[in-house]
Design a protein around this ligand. Structure first.
Ligand SMILES: Cc1cc2nc3c(=O)[nH]c(=O)nc-3n(C[C@H](O)[C@H](O)[C@H](O)COP(=O)(O)O)c2cc1C
Length: 169
């Protein structure tokens, strides 16, 4: 597998912790983690395999650092042909109508840039009302609920990283 860059935005540390868990489920020696607060275009463009992670805030908006990174940095990066997987943290019990919207917002912002999206995830087992992150009948990335469903995260991360090991090369 080629090296993987994980780029996360996190306000209270949940998404950061998940990024570290994802790294330890992959080949840790091949994975670098970046807080998007400190990322330049050249940090992103050196990877062929990229994982993006953001929490959702304010009932359906991106985490503040990730939003700036997406529109000021990532949008201008040359991502053609790169494999991109997205994960999002949220709270399906308190915000069931905008559960993990961050995944769908990132996905839509990168459409048309020649990216190869990997890491879709089934909706079975999640309880929520609506999410911007569903296209067709699947999530276009991995939603994780650190507030209400923490016990399920371990299994979901294990399943998702197995998909990535096959789809990223
Ligand atoms: C004010 C506020 C608004 C939130 N809005 C949403 C939301 O719309 N959808 C969602 O799924 N989670 C929402 N959340 C839950 C956070 O996304 C969740 O706590 C996440 O784990 C925070 O991750 P972070 O610490 O990495 O930023 C909200 C939390 C707060 C405190």
């Amino acid at each position: 597998m080629k090296p993987i860059g994980i780029f996360y935005g996190s306000s209270t540390g949940n998404t950061k912790k998940i990024a570290e868990n994802i790294k330890s489920n992959l080949e840790p020696g091949l994975v670098d983690i970046y807080d998007v607060k400190y990322v330049k275009i050249s940090d992103i463009e050196k990877y062929e395999n990229i994982i993006l992670g953001s929490s959702t805030w304010g009932e359906g908006i991106l985490q503040v650092d990730f939003e700036r990174f997406l529109y000021d940095v990532l949008k201008f990066a040359n991502l053609k042909g790169k494999k991109i997987a997205i994960f999002g943290t949220g709270d399906s019990a308190v915000y069931p109508k905008s559960f993990a919207d961050s995944i769908g917002i990132i996905f839509e912002a990168l459409e048309g840039k020649g990216v190869i999206f990997v890491g879709e995830f089934p909706t079975e087992g999640y309880e929520f009302v609506s999410s911007l992150s569903i296209f067709g009948d699947k999530f276009v990335g991995l939603p994780l609920d650190d507030d209400s469903e923490e016990e399920q995260n371990k299994l979901r991360i294990a399943l998702w990283t197995e998909i990535l090991k096959t789809d990223m090369n």
